[in-house]
Design a protein around this ligand. Structure first.
Ligand SMILES: Cc1cc2nc3c(=O)[nH]c(=O)nc-3n(C[C@H](O)[C@H](O)[C@H](O)COP(=O)(O)OP(=O)(O)OC[C@H]3O[C@@H](n4cnc5c(N)ncnc54)[C@H](O)[C@@H]3O)c2cc1C
Length: 366
């Protein structure tokens, strides 16, 4: 005999837990597994308004940032470090081509308010060398995603089942769906890269983008007081001579998405080579304290999937958060919950049916 609830949610990362929190006080049951470990726990948590080699302004950045600010403020406990901190990013130019791109972006309405610079070579000072100069990105923030996950798990404790439930065992019934001993009219699949093996998500291509990072100790390195970006990598100062440095970006289609990825010597080598290239051979060598790995679940067009599964009434997805789960996760969870509970519209650019040109189905009516 199955127990009944309003929503069954799959996943133990930011997508599922943020959504479950937004769905309450409805009766939610979350299957929150640990294998593979959530990418959310490895993320740098940077909310960055200007990204990538083309210095692209992120669409609707202010609204997404506000979503993250709201949930981090709600979950903050007095006396504890904030879950979200404002920061600036200092980005080091690679050469003349990138400098030209910066000049163009400085003239664009969508990008200019976030940009300061360019600063001439030598302005940044140590530790990173800046022969082509640098610039600054304003309006960014850092979310402590590992602590955010812990807070969410604690808050949702009475709705969570810390186990893996194979979505292939999810069956339709007269009232909706049954799985893992529960029955509900609505299911939401939000299980990150493991979604690649989920038969319900077969029409949605998900790509595996593996990212590896290092935890470093380097007391000789001055604390820059902001996030540094050089050579396509970020350096996060953590205080007390500790840093996080990452991340690699590797497409791994052959991996079984349900297994736990292991850190690789190649990624460590690549990261340390970037460190030496940008800091110089005489720069202090960091002590590697840990190497961490996670898999970003990405859609081919790099837009998240948030909404109803085409042709499967009552089933929904929140996945494909790619490299921006900390930025997009909170607001998309808020939007999906508002859709499921009150029938509010979903962001059209994130609808799972977009490839086929299909729109959102009716809300679940709860
Ligand atoms: C190195 C790295 C750096 C990053 N940096 C940033 C950044 O700076 N800014 C940013 O915005 N984003 C960043 N990201 C991206 C962000 O981490 C991801 O977009 C986000 O974490 C994806 O969240 P998710 O909940 O979809 O998946 P995950 O966090 O991977 O969570 C999925 C969870 O579901 C569980 N699960 C899977 N299958 C089942 C099942 N059948 N039953 C029960 N549970 C199941 C898994 O065990 C896992 O716990 C980074 C990612 C990486 C890897």
């Amino acid at each position: 005999m199955s127990r009944s609830c309003d929503f069954l949610v799959w996943g133990g990362g930011l997508a599922a837990l943020l959504l479950a929190r937004e769905l309450r006080p409805a009766r939610v049951r979350v299957f929150a597994g640990h294998h593979p470990p959530p990418a959310s726990a490895v993320a740098a948590g940077i909310l960055n308004p200007i990204t990538g080699p083309r210095l692209t302004p992120v669409a609707d950045f202010a609204a997404y940032r506000a979503g993250a600010v709201r949930v981090c403020a709600d979950l903050h406990r007095p006396g504890e470090a904030p879950l979200l901190r404002d920061t600036t990013l200092r980005r080091y130019l690679r050469g003349g081509e990138e400098a030209g791109r910066l000049e163009r972006r400085l003239r664009e309405e969508a990008a200019a308010p976030f940009l300061e610079g360019p600063f001439p070579p030598g302005d940044a000072g140590p530790p990173v060398r800046d022969p082509h100069g640098s610039f600054r990105i304003h309006g960014a923030a850092r979310v402590d995603t590992a602590r955010l996950l812990t807070r969410l798990r604690r808050e949702l404790a009475d709705s969570l089942e810390e186990r893996t439930v194979d979505p292939a065992t999810c069956a339709r019934t007269s009232v909706g769906f049954r799985a893992g001993g529960w029955e509900a009219p609505v299911v939401v699949f939000a299980e990150g890269i493991a979604g690649r093996a989920n038969p319900w998500l077969r029409p949605l291509p998900l790509r595996s983008l593996r990212g590896e990072t290092l935890r470093l100790r380097c007391p000789q390195l001055p604390d820059p007081g902001e996030v540094l970006q050089f050579g396509g990598k970020w350096l996060l100062p953590e205080g007390g001579g500790l840093f996080r440095f990452g991340a690699t970006y590797e497409r791994r289609e052959g991996d079984d998405p349900r297994t736990t990825p292991a850190p690789t010597p190649a990624a460590r080598k690549q990261l340390l080579a970037t460190w030496r290239e940008w800091m110089g051979e005489t720069a202090p060598s960091p002590e590697v304290l840990a190497q961490e790995v996670g898999t970003r679940p990405a859609s081919p067009d790099h837009r998240p999937y948030c909404g109803p599964l085409p042709g499967e009434p009552g089933s929904f997805v929140l996945n494909g958060l790619g490299s921006r789960g900390a930025l997009h996760g909170p607001r998309l969870a808020q939007r999906l919950a508002a859709h499921l509970r009150r029938g509010e519209a979903l962001p059209a650019e994130c609808l799972p049916g977009r490839a086929e040109g299909r729109g959102s189905g009716a809300a679940a009516g709860l």
